[in-house]
Design a protein around this ligand. Structure first.
Ligand SMILES: [Zn+2]
Length: 67
């Protein structure tokens, strides 16, 4: 299900997690060269992604809210 990004936080492993409008978290790791999301490490980059849509597989599988 497509959900909007409402915020970001770091998890206990220092990986970035996008907070979705459905109260699910989704990892948006910057882990080059496999996963390149340079935007996530800067505040400006993250700000620009607020309101963007991500596919939430947790909604599709009916998982409880993360936060
Ligand atoms: Zn969700």
């Amino acid at each position: 299900m497509q959900r909007q990004i409402t915020g970001f936080h770091l998890d206990d492993k220092n990986d970035w997690v996008a907070e979705l409008s459905c109260c699910h978290g989704q990892h948006v790791r910057h882990n080059p060269p496999w996963t390149n999301r340079e935007w996530v490490v800067t505040e400006k980059g993250r700000e620009e992604k607020l309101g963007e849509w991500l596919n939430c597989v947790k909604c599709d599988s009916g998982q409880p809210a993360d936060f």
